[in-house]
Design a binder for this molecule. Structure first.
Ligand SMILES: Cc1cc2nc3c(=O)[nH]c(=O)nc-3n(C[C@H](O)[C@H](O)[C@H](O)COP(=O)(O)O)c2cc1C
Length: 355
């Protein structure tokens, strides 16, 4: 029987050669938002390793939107060139380069994990962070401002400008990061959004910024290229954003022309209770797919070929994203093809290892 994981997926004008995608992963290795050879080798080796889609890490639309000072960014034209080079390499490997555009909101201004991950204040190279409401992720944090109307409009226009640069850099898939407790998710969830204006309160108000960002991105992103939105399907906390709201939002995003919902979960509040285990987020991708008809991707503790094959073959999701497993094994696509007996093209340079 032929593998579904290795069947192509056509979205608009782009055909992914298989259903294996590399999930966006911060490398905390940029300087002033600029990509460098680390990003070329990291992303490039996973493209030569056979994945059909490579999504570049959360790339900030503004300096203040970075999680850490070492995040990638696309807030100035000079940042385009290196990403263009990386993307050309990815395309040369018959893979597709994607980008995740992000704003970290109240989770910005933090040290990289290997520097402790703590909030950075101005004396440590940090900056004031912003959020829907001046309520921090950890109670001890300070220097957090609630965005005013002008601040919100700046976020929207920063997403628009970064999208224009992403097009120039040659990305072929765009993903808007509305998950993991970052700025857009902070607006979506009643556990972080206590606003009383048009951006807070009701479901319609809490999703307003995400919809405005989608509009802004679409005004620059070519209509024939795929647009994804990553969401956290639930906050895993009482009174928080939930699956029902995720389904509602996904319906509206589909009507707007979004092609795929990348279904993750959590990251908004520190008291979340996540029942971690293999496939733990797959049921959310399945529900959103079934209830809205939009394409979905599954991610989270998916680590082997048979597991991924089952998810796609049973129609639970259309695409499978791999993060940590792809750090252990950059040649995920090639080795999974071997496991599933799928005949795929190897890089010429590596053909002698093809069994
Ligand atoms: C090193 C690392 C960096 C990550 N950075 C991002 C990111 O930039 N954007 C994002 O949406 N998720 C990020 N994640 C989450 C992954 O994309 C993925 O959703 C999560 O790790 C679960 O998948 P896994 O079990 O295959 O690792 C990161 C994960 C890791 C391990």
């Amino acid at each position: 029987m032929s593998s579904k994981l290795f069947s192509p997926l056509k979205i608009k004008s782009i055909t992914l050669k298989n259903r294996i995608a590399i999930s966006p992963m911060c490398q905390y290795s940029a300087q002033d938002g600029f990509a460098n050879d680390w990003h070329l080798v990291h992303l490039g080796s996973r493209a030569s390793g056979g994945a059909g889609l490579i999504i570049q890490e959360a790339t900030s639309v503004s300096p203040e939107g970075r999680i850490s000072p070492e995040d990638l960014g696309l807030w100035k034209d000079e940042q385009i060139e290196k990403m263009q080079q990386i993307n050309q390499f990815i395309i040369s490997q018959k893979s597709v380069p994607g980008i995740q555009l992000a704003h970290a909101g109240r989770k910005a201004s933090a040290a990289s994990p290997w520097n402790g991950g703590r909030k950075l204040d101005a004396t440590q190279g940090g900056w004031d962070t912003m959020a829907p409401s001046a309520v921090a992720y950890h109670h001890t944090e300070n220097s957090l401002v609630a965005l005013d109307e002008a601040g919100i409009q700046k976020v929207v226009s920063d997403f628009k400008s970064a999208t224009k640069r992403a097009v120039q850099a040659g990305f072929q898939v765009m993903e808007i990061h509305a998950a993991h407790g970052y700025l857009l998710h902070q607006f979506l969830s009643p556990l972080s959004n206590f606003r009383t204006d048009a951006y807070g309160g009701s479901f319609e108000n809490r999703i307003r910024l995400t919809l405005e960002v989608v509009d802004a991105v679409q005004s620059e992103w070519p209509e024939n290229l795929p647009l994804f939105v990553r969401i956290s399907a639930t906050d895993w906390a009482e009174g928080g954003w939930n699956l029902e709201e995720s389904v509602q939002l996904s319906k509206m995003l589909k009507e707007k022309g979004v092609d795929l919902i990348d279904v993750s979960s959590g990251g908004l509040v520190s008291h979340q209770q996540i029942p971690l285990g293999p496939n733990y987020q797959v049921p959310f991708a399945e529900s959103i797919k079934n209830e809205t008809g939009i394409l979905t991707s599954a991610v989270g503790l998916i680590t082997d070929a048979a597991q991924a094959e089952e998810i796609v073959a049973s129609g639970k999701a259309d695409l499978v994203l791999f993060a940590r497993e792809s750090l252990r094994n950059p040649n995920l696509g090639l080795t999974f093809a071997h496991d599933l007996n799928a005949d795929v093209e190897w890089p010429k340079q590596y053909e002698r290892a093809k069994m």
